[in-house]
Design a protein around this ligand. Sequence first.
Ligand code: GLA
Length: 399
Amino acid sequence: MRSQTRNNFAAMIISLAGLLFLLPALPCPAQSPRVAATPPMGWNSWNHFAEKVDDAVIRAQAGAMVSSGMRDAGYVYVNIDDTWEGLRDAQGFIHSNNKFPDMKALADYVHSKGLKIGIYSSPGPKTCAGYEGSFGHESQDAETYAAWGIDYLKYDLCSLHDQMQTAGSPEAAHKVMVDAYVKMRDALRATHRPIVYSFCQYGFDAVWRWGASAGGNLWRTTGDIKDNYDRMAEIGFGQAGLAKFAGPGHWNDPDMLEVGNGGMSAEEYRTHMSLWAILAAPLLAGNDLTKMTPETLALLTNREVIAIDQDPAGKQGDRFSAEGPMEVWVRQLADASKAVGLFNRQDHPLEMQADFRALGFSGAVKVRDIWQDKDLGRMSGPYKVRVPGHSVVLLRVSQ
Ligand code: GLA
């Protein structure tokens, strides 16, 4: 009897060990649960430099990310967007073009600054700027990225769209797209390097519904942002209803930041930062970090705004109410407080109000105005405040 028990026990240990051995091979929802526990923060070359990005630019941005204090505020990824790609060799391995003489050395340099490095490709044969894409070379490219020391991949639909259009039906087109993203997910997993996997397919086919199961750590929900209020607002306020699809390891991505690129006023950039923080959006600066004004740096590095974006509960906020141009957005935070944004989409001031009872609080609440860096004390009634045009009053409210 005793030996029977021992045998059962031994059999149990053996099957447990077998299970543990198999575990890494079992499917898991995102590319890697080890990355993007909070929305990725960093910088990307596209919004400011577009095709004028090279090795020197990346080194300079990495340097500025550290010297400006951005790294210490939480910005980590230095992401090279399109136009780094060179030709493939006889074996099919991709090489960088002459703007990037040694990708491995560049990655080592970025890592030596305590930062991480990202790269860009397309599931199609060509990228959006017409460079070499990963189509048919997914495993080789993932291996190459891992060998270089890459930590983040933005995978941009681009020319795969042509193949989708000839697929015969919307369902077949959808399958072409999803299969292509899954293929690179598997190729990245096979490298065993933790690499953030960022989908860029402009929100097609409600990507928030299938992005996580296809391996995305984040997925663009819209077409490209531009450095003007109308486009930024169209994208940002257009995120209403998507909150439930985001969470640790898998985020909605309303595109990169334009803060500091010059096309919006300080109040408009304040709206941009506040809304992205409530949306638990990736914060990827898109300006020239070597030439920031103190005002731009202050907008990008406000610790309390970043704390909302990076809140450990990872619950994306959503629109609470809209009354013409007056929108109230709310995000539940881990410590039971709430971030409340009173947004005025009109171009001149409006009086707005935060009704704390309607927002789910009872009795008196403690209110802090984040951009004013001011505790407003305890309030038992609604808070009325004048909100400048195209701007926001961002509050942190606790019971
Ligand atoms: C698409 C993407 C942009 C950028 C460019 C590069 O437009 O949406 O973010 O990556 O391609 O060509």
